[in-house]
Write a protein that binds this ligand. Structure first.
Ligand SMILES: [Zn+2]
Ligand SMILES: [Zn+2]
Length: 276
């Protein structure tokens, strides 16, 4: 089956030192049909100073990798845009003037605070913090829908929609996302309206959780609501993690009766039918 890893980072992201060449080699060695880099575009006011995104250097690196390996594997250029609605004009203008295969929207904060900093959890217990994060994701998807109505589809994939559990697990040893079916359903419904494809992100499988983001029950709910395809991503920040956890993800796809995997090329979605 043709499998694409559509969420991974290299040295063009602030939190990775991976050489893009090693990423491509690893993807070829794993037998993947393609890999799409999704470098961080840290738009939030707090994060912008540490953003290392350099479109020119990034594009050049991928273009030379396509010259050498383009026959063996699809090499996509994507971007992981941080949800920061106060920067809407800047984000839209940037996306409109640069070329991508895939544009991912990810929420890395709850309200205004970054979710990965433990000090930001001081005023939140896990159930309330989890709901607060998911409400921010819902707000982000509604923002996408509004933008789509005005400009056409600008965002293709919704990254790790229940990311909050990675941090509640890390900081407090618990995962309360299962108590939030109501908001999860609203996020999925709004994603369908916004033409935003959810991803199955396997990074939690190597970070102390026995489920990807999101879990089987959420994928199942998405299909019940009429969803047809999901995007698959390892969120690798080093070459060795590319394609990691994909066999477990494939079991979830089968268990949830997901009809197809979505892959993006030049912002067009192609659905690859999954055998059942
Ligand atoms: Zn992310
Ligand atoms: Zn990422």
């Amino acid at each position: 089956m043709k499998i694409y890893d559509q969420h991974l980072h290299s040295k063009f992201s602030f939190d990775s030192r991976a050489d893009p060449k090693d990423n491509v080699q690893q993807a070829i060695d794993c037998g993947l049909a393609g890999l799409t880099f999704t470098e961080h575009f840290d738009t939030g006011p707090e994060d912008w100073s540490s953003c290392v995104y350099d479109d020119e250097a990034y594009s050049q690196a991928l273009s030379s990798l396509r010259d050498t390996h383009g026959q063996d594997i699809f090499i996509g250029k994507g971007i992981e845009v941080d949800y920061a609605p106060e920067r809407e004009d800047f984000i839209l203008q940037f996306l409109d003037t640069h070329e991508f295969d895939l544009v991912m929207l990810s929420v890395h904060r709850f309200g205004q605070a970054q979710i990965h900093r433990k000090e930001n959890w001081q005023d939140w217990d896990v159930p309330r913090g989890t709901r607060h994060y998911l409400h921010t994701v819902l707000e982000a998807v509604q923002w996408c829908l509004k933008i789509k109505q005005q400009h056409g589809r600008v965002f293709d994939v919704l990254g790790h929609l229940d990311l909050v559990k990675r941090y509640t697990q890390r900081f407090f040893g618990v995962n309360e996302v299962g108590q939030c079916d109501d908001i999860i359903s609203q996020i999925l419904q709004a994603s369908l309206e916004a033409d935003l494809t959810p991803e199955i992100n396997t990074s939690t499988l190597r970070q102390g959780l026995n489920e990807p983001m999101p879990a089987l029950s959420t994928v199942h709910r998405y299909i019940e609501l009429g969803g047809m395809s999901v995007s698959l991503g390892s969120d690798a920040h080093r070459a060795a993690d590319i394609g990691a956890g994909f066999s477990q993800a494939a079991e979830i796809l089968r268990a949830a009766n997901v009809p197809s995997l979505a892959r993006f090329e030049k912002r067009v979605r192609h659905d690859i039918t999954l055998p059942h």
